[in-house]
Design a protein around this ligand. Structure first.
Ligand SMILES: Cc1cc2nc3c(=O)[nH]c(=O)nc-3n(C[C@H](O)[C@H](O)[C@H](O)COP(=O)(O)OP(=O)(O)OC[C@H]3O[C@@H](n4cnc5c(N)ncnc54)[C@H](O)[C@@H]3O)c2cc1C
Length: 452
């Protein structure tokens, strides 16, 4: 920026970690930059609030550092404002000097097998949203199944399995809303079967999260020793990569437990080389059909045509998240991401769209931990700052005028602090740090001071 030019005014779309890190980096790398963080939900923090498991309070603590970045004199929160509905991208682009899209990924990737739409077949994103008290999913969740299948071999599959197999009494200290607490207390589950398409060394579980599965009160983890016999590929990976070694050893430890020593009332069964082939049932889920796969020696799984049926009453599909397009922003419908070069959004001809940037899961795809969204935001912010021509648009006042004229009840930073305080008061009444408020109209009433 040249001397005398008014500071940049930037809109960040999405108050998940990627958007908040982008805002924080903008104020850090270009002091004086004014940033408005626009968020469709009445609350900030994206998947840190509505994805990370309630029994992972240490990870939720990342909120403390995100809080510090939003609580900055040059940063404003405009929550309860959906870009594409309440305001268009073109309006934002006409008002701010630059717009950063950080809308993340909220939906389940589709599992293309027959029966996937039967009642009792659920996407992981939906049940995660339920137990994390997301305002846009039904309050009640059907937990009548005694035997459940989870399809997938990543950390989300582990989160869902752990949250569904845990006894509700062990979640007493967490921030679950009251409806979730009641729902989990009535959970009829006895057995959860987790199905991985590939072998034990090629799952995506992190070692720590996997070990945690075996630390749950009154839960046994069952592994068939015949399914984890080491082949040459496994030996090679275990020799070279410490995390793989830890994961495989954890499976081997569980496989070595004699059946007579398993006395828990709930069990998790891990199955390897089983790919989902069909969800069975006529009016509702009655089973899962898997196809046995064979290792090809390089970490891939080849179909064998051999099928196995597992009687279950519910199937949870944890096969990945996907991002959704934001109207007016170029979108790659195959990879479900915004096409970009170093964070600069590209149009259909591969040419950067002036003043439009992307960061986080909508830029990279839904992989990687929260920490990775910071380095990602840094790349985007550096690209944005390098492209600053010094030309200035009207800034946030014009955006406020549009929202006021449309009567959008904006939850600003003070509004969020009121919600935050109300949740803490609600929790304190039961000796907890926080109890989440789930009802959207209650959140908006607290945050924007209006009844919707
Ligand atoms: C179930 C689950 C558990 C996880 N657990 C962990 C964990 O334990 N540890 C860890 O490090 N990582 C974890 N992650 C990964 C972590 O959540 C992501 O790395 C991170 O949240 C991605 O950040 P983001 O800001 O790109 O997206 P998000 O967190 O999804 O944030 C995007 C934000 O944009 C908003 N938005 C979307 N569309 C619009 C719009 N049109 N207008 C305005 N706002 C919009 C959304 O409401 C949301 O608040 C987990 C992910 C999932 C799915």
């Amino acid at each position: 920026m040249t001397g005398g030019v008014r500071p940049l005014s930037v809109a960040v779309v999405g108050a998940g970690p990627a958007g908040v890190y982008a805002a924080g980096l903008l104020t850090e790398l270009a002091p004086g930059t004014r940033v408005d963080v626009v968020e469709r939900l009445p609350t900030p923090y994206g998947l840190v609030r509505y994805g990370v498991s309630p029994d992972h309070p240490k990870i939720r603590r990342i909120v403390d550092s995100l809080h510090g970045m939003l609580d900055h004199p040059d940063v404003r929160l405009l929550a309860n404002v959906e870009v594409g509905t309440d305001m268009t991208i073109d309006e934002l682009r006409s008002v701010y000097d630059a717009v950063v899209v950080a809308t993340g990924a909220q939906r389940d990737a589709r599992l293309d097998v027959p029966g996937v739409d039967l009642p009792g077949s659920f996407g992981a994103a939906d049940v995660v949203s339920w137990y994390d008290s997301h305002p846009e999913v039904p309050r009640e969740w059907p937990l009548h199944a005694e035997t459940v299948a989870v399809v997938g071999a990543g950390n989300v599959a582990l989160d869902v399995t752990r949250m569904l197999i845990r006894h509700a009494r062990t979640l007493e200290r967490t921030d679950l809303s009251e409806n979730v607490r009641r729902g989990l207390a009535a959970n009829a589950v006895r057995d959860i079967h987790v199905f991985a398409r590939r072998g034990p060394v090629d799952v995506r579980f992190s070692p720590g999260e996997l070990r945690e599965l075996g630390e749950q009160e009154d839960v046994d983890v069952v592994v068939d020793p015949a399914q984890i016999v080491r082949d040459e590929h496994t030996e090679r990976m275990v020799r070279q990569l410490a995390p793989k070694r830890r994961v495989v050893r954890t499976f081997e430890r569980w496989a070595a437990v004699p059946a007579a020593d398993r006395r828990a009332s709930r069990r998790v069964h891990l199955h390897f080389h089983r790919a989902p082939a069909a969800i069975l049932g006529t009016d509702r889920v009655e089973g899962l059909r898997t196809e046995i796969t064979a290792p090809d020696g390089f970490g891939h799984a080849e179909p064998t045509g051999e099928l196995e049926d597992h009687p279950v009453q519910a199937v949870y599909r944890a096969v990945g998240y996907v991002g959704s397009p934001v109207p007016g922003v170029p979108f790659d419908p195959v990879r479900h991401v915004v096409p970009h070069t170093r964070g600069a959004v590209l149009d259909g001809d591969g040419v950067p769209v002036p003043g439009l940037y992307a960061t986080g899961w909508i830029k990279r795809g839904p992989v990687g931990l929260i920490g990775a969204t910071r380095s990602d935001a840094k790349e985007t912010v550096e690209t944005l700052l390098a492209a600053d021509t010094g030309q200035r648009r009207p800034g946030s006042g014009a955006a406020d005028a549009i929202l006021r004229e449309r009567g959008v009840p904006v939850v600003d930073w003070e509004g969020w602090l009121r919600i935050d305080a109300a949740e803490q008061r609600l929790g304190a009444a039961s000796g907890r740090e926080r109890t989440k408020i789930v009802d959207r109209s209650e959140l908006v009433a607290l945050g924007a001071g209006v009844t919707v």
